[in-house]
Design a protein around this ligand. Structure first.
Ligand SMILES: [Zn+2]
Length: 432
């Protein structure tokens, strides 16, 4: 009996895959055929071509949401209504820290947004403490018995949020769900998950917070946008968080379609480091550029730790190798997304075992190191758009004692992206 009860609870708000034999009346076909050999998937709403994705003459599957398990035209779905069956603690917030006056002002705004069930963007510069600003709103929603999802496009952001949210709301159920190991789903008032996982829910959440809404893979991805829209209830609050809103969000803001709050000060109150631009004169094949080498040698002698961003895995390996020849005593290595030792190398850098890391954009966001200078080699590469450059620059100056870390962009030309990035950082520093 107890188990059954728990089982029903676990289904609350879920979209479950089932078979034809299941007698439940509310089941509906997973894929529906449309005209012209097309079909629509009812889990992700994407439309595809039947013959392209056929297994046998009778059987076809949806390629879009394959990551959640293969869904064929023989499968059925059941959407279980959300029960909001939670034991609500009287004082859910167990965090005892304090907010800066600016954070406090935004925190109050967010409580209002939650009351009115609106959509809202929080534009908070890197290192400004945006998570803490959510706490009052989360506590308010918990007291009202709402179901909450905290989501992000990337697994590491979820993993980082999970312990912080659990510590801030000790008496509230918090579960973590993503495709890389964290699959111990249970029915909890707060769910932390990747945006992909939202496809397993239907009209479940009263409050949904989407962290890093400008980042890959969410940005320009209709599947994931759909996942968000399906996971929330009809009447809902939706909060977008970003340090670098994409041009689409900025346009919506400018046209008055989206309300937003701006936190342009880091928690320590100092300016964001403004990037310097260095024009590269000559770039010879197979040797390290003299200007870059000069800058690195200066940092090496000062024992200043730094990150050097490059635009590809090949470049990362190559430059690290050249640096090893030029400055054999500099403790440095390279790291990129396909590097099996990626986690260990980042930790070793954090632990001061390396003075420098040559990295691709994988360290562009989500990581905090203290007292780090930042350089971008070939900042005019198409891989670096304005948002990426702002995020990269945001790795510097994270602590109050070292808020003035240097950021240098090396490039053969002053691109629009470089110009936009520098201007936006300047503007954020000027705004009061
Ligand atoms: Zn699908």
């Amino acid at each position: 009996m107890g188990d059954n009860l728990q089982e029903t609870k676990d289904l609350s708000g879920r979209l479950i895959v089932t078979t034809k034999d299941n007698p439940q009346s509310q089941k509906f076909p997973a894929l529906i055929s449309l005209a012209n050999d097309q079909f629509r998937c009812q889990r992700c709403q994407m439309v595809n071509c039947q013959s392209t994705y056929s297994i046998t003459s009778q059987l076809f599957y949806c390629p879009e949401c394959l990551v959640l398990g293969r869904l064929t035209n023989q499968d059925y779905l059941i959407a279980y209504p959300e029960q909001n069956d939670f034991i609500v603690p009287p004082h859910p917030l167990t965090w005892t820290g304090t907010l800066t006056p600016k954070q406090h002002a935004i925190s109050c705004q967010l409580c209002q947004v939650q009351m009115n069930k609106q959509e809202h963007l929080v534009w908070a510069v890197t290192g400004s403490g945006k998570t803490e600003m959510l706490f009052a709103m989360l506590a308010q929603a918990i007291r009202q018995g709402e179901r909450i999802a905290l989501t992000a496009p990337r697994v590491d952001v979820c993993n980082e949020l999970y312990p912080r949210i659990k510590a801030a709301f000790r008496t509230t159920g918090v579960s973590l769900l993503h495709g890389q190991g964290a699959n111990h789903y249970y029915y909890s008032q707060i769910l932390i998950c990747t945006v992909h996982q939202l496809l397993k829910f239907r009209a479940a959440f009263d409050l949904l917070i989407l962290d890093e809404c400008d980042s890959y893979p969410y940005v320009n991805n209709p599947l994931l946008h759909q996942a968000v829209q399906q996971a929330v209830k009809k009447r809902h609050t939706l909060i977008y968080l970003s340090a670098t809103p994409s041009p689409e969000y900025q346009q919506q803001i400018a046209q008055g379609q989206l309300n937003y709050s701006l936190l342009n000060r880091r928690f320590h109150g100092h300016d964001l480091p403004e990037p310097q631009f260095r024009l590269i004169w000559r770039q010879r094949f197979n040797c390290l550029n003299k200007q870059l080498l000069h800058s690195i040698t200066t940092l090496y002698q000062k024992q200043q730790r730094f990150l050097l961003f490059v635009d590809s895995i090949k470049q990362a390996e190559f430059i690290s190798q050249l640096l090893h020849q030029e400055l054999p005593n500099l403790q440095q290595t390279f790291v990129h997304a396909k590097d099996p030792l990626r986690g260990q190398k980042v930790q070793a850098f954090r632990d001061n075992q390396w003075q420098a890391l040559v990295t691709t954009t994988i360290l562009e966001r989500g990581v905090t190191f203290f007292n780090i200078d930042v350089m971008v080699w070939q900042a005019d590469s198409r891989r670096f758009n304005a948002q990426t450059l702002i995020q990269i620059a945001g790795r510097a100056g994270r602590s109050a004692e070292h808020s003035d870390n240097q950021v240098i962009f090396f490039a053969k030309q002053y691109t629009l992206a470089i110009d936009q990035a520098i201007r936006q950082i300047r503007r954020l520093n000027q705004d009061e």
